[in-house]
Every structure is written in C-alpha cells, then in structure tokens.
Design a protein around this ligand. Structure first.
Ligand code: SF4
Length: 286
C-alpha cells in the first residue's frame, strides 16, 4: 500500500446517523456529493475515500507567493497595485481569524447549520473589503495555457460553487458579503520567447457574481443521503465505476484472484455497511 493512501478511514470520520454531534462537512465534500452521490456516500458514510491526487507544487508556489504579496498590503492596509489597475476599490481584509479561515485542512471558516447539524467548513484563499464594508471573497487559481483564461468551461462550475459556499459561510458568520467575488487567475505564459530557467506569468482578475440559494437545499439532500441505509446509484457519466466493476468481474472469474485481496475486501466498514448495495447503473456490465 502506498504510504500516502489508506482507503479505510477511521470510524470517527464517518457519519453516524445516531450521533448528535455536528458532522464536519467541507466545501469539497459538498462538491463531491454534487458530482456523484455514490462516491460521496461510500466516503463519508462508509469511510472509504478516493485516492488523493498528487499535489500541484507549482500551484501551491503561486498560492504562497500571492498570499505573501497580499499579506504585505493587508498589514499596511493599502490596495495592491493590481487591484488599482482593475479599478477595484478594495483592500485586503485584516481580521484576527484570517489564518484560521485560510486553513482548509484543520479549521477554515465554519458554520453549524441547524437544520442538518452539519458543521460546514471551507478554506478561503483571501478576503478583501470594499469601502461599504462588504467582504469580497477571493480565490487564487493557477494554470498554464495558450490564450486568455476564463470561467466558461463546464468543469469550472466547481470553482463557482466553491466561491458561493464561501460567500454563504461568511454571511452565516454575520458578515456583509458582496455578491461579486474575484478569481485571481495566474497563467504561465506558453508563448514566451525562451524558457531561460524561469516561467513568466500573466495575472487576470475575473469577477464572478455568486448565487447561493442552492446551498441550503443541497445540505438537506446531503443529510437525507447520509441518513439512508441505501448506497445511492452511481453517476452514469463516470467511467471509473464502469472500469471498477469490469475489473471486479474479470478478477472474480480468475483463478489468480489473490486470496489476500478477497480477505481485504471484507473490511470492517463492509461488515457494518448497509445491507442493500445498489449496483451502479452501467449498461451492459451486469
Ligand atoms: S460513478 Fe463510481 S467511481 Fe465514479 S464517482 Fe461515482 S462511485 Fe465514484
């Protein structure tokens, strides 16, 4: 097993329908639910999470450098020249909880939603404030592509939902929040004359008008999903489940199917798992 991935999470990670304690639900897990309820349920109810992606070191470096730069202006309470060049009347927001709000793994901005008892969390990249005292939610993005960056691709809808969850969380924490958030989009220049050991970037500020009314009904649906004893159906658009079940089918037929793998497949979570398992709706596999 890779030292970076243990598929079976601890019991305390899993949602317990009988518990009265608030259940921690991150912004990224809300997105996982919207992507595929089955994967979400297997993760948060049964404790088997997807393997993580590899960390993007260049993105992390860009995030750290942007943070450093905006923190300088936060301390001085001045606008970054970049904000001025876009005609944006705002400065980085100074608040004692800023580091906590940016810590997506352990803390983040949180709110216990009374109707579901979910402790909803999210780690923001930055928060700015305008002269009207409205907070502006800011997200840093880094890429390297030819041409202009935009938010027009379907796969970027997750970025928009991310912004909206943060806006909702800050409002629930009693702040006045501008409906307009900003993506600071950093693009590695692929058309530079030469590499010369350094990558050049262009920076673009993309405004986005957030729309948050979907958040609470989604939390209610997530609660219903987690309370149920049935594993939801798979997302028909996802090829991984088709692959997973096709592999299982050939493995079970194979004399070489390792006994150890058979034993491992009966994990503690599977023993305590809901009895009814819904096979994914994948045509032609079963
Ligand atoms: S369809 Fe299967 S593999 Fe794909 S996201 Fe859902 S549960 Fe996960």
């Amino acid at each position: 097993m890779s030292k970076y991935y243990n598929p079976q999470k601890s019991a305390s990670y899993c949602f317990d329908p009988k518990s009265t304690q608030p259940f921690r639900l991150s912004r990224s897990k809300i997105d996982l639910f919207l992507e595929c309820q089955r994967c979400f349920y297997i993760d948060r109810r049964m404790g088997i999470g997807r393997p993580p992606g590899y960390p993007f070191s260049l993105n992390s470096a860009v995030d750290a450098l942007l943070k450093k730069e905006f923190d300088g202006h936060r301390a001085a309470q001045t606008a970054h020249p970049f904000m001025k060049s876009y005609g944006l009347d705002a400065i980085p927001f100074a608040h004692e909880k800023m580091d906590e709000w940016r810590d997506s793994l352990r803390r983040g901005i949180t709110y216990v939603h009374p109707a579901t008892n979910f402790n909803v969390t999210g780690g923001v990249d930055d928060v700015w404030v305008n002269p009207a005292g409205e907070l502006i939610i800011v997200d840093y993005k880094a890429t390297a592509k030819a041409g202009e960056v935009s938010l027009d691709a379907e796969w970027q809808n997750g970025y928009k939902r991310q912004m909206e969850v943060y806006q909702w969380l800050f409002r629930k924490n009693g702040f006045k929040v501008s409906p307009t958030g900003y993506f600071v989009y950093v693009n590695g220049k692929l058309d530079a004359e030469a590499f010369d050991g350094k990558l050049e970037f262009s920076v673009k500020l993309i405004p986005y008008e957030g729309d948050t009314p979907w958040v609470e009904p989604t939390l209610i649906k997530i609660k219903e999903c987690l309370m149920s004893d049935e594993i939801p159906e798979a997302n028909e658009e996802c090829d991984y489940c088709r692959y997973r079940f096709a592999v299982k089918r050939v493995e079970l037929k194979s004399a070489n199917f390792p006994a150890a793998t058979r034993r491992e497949s009966v994990t503690e979570s599977e023993k305590s798992a809901p009895k009814k398992i819904t096979k994914p709706k994948t045509v032609g596999l079963f």
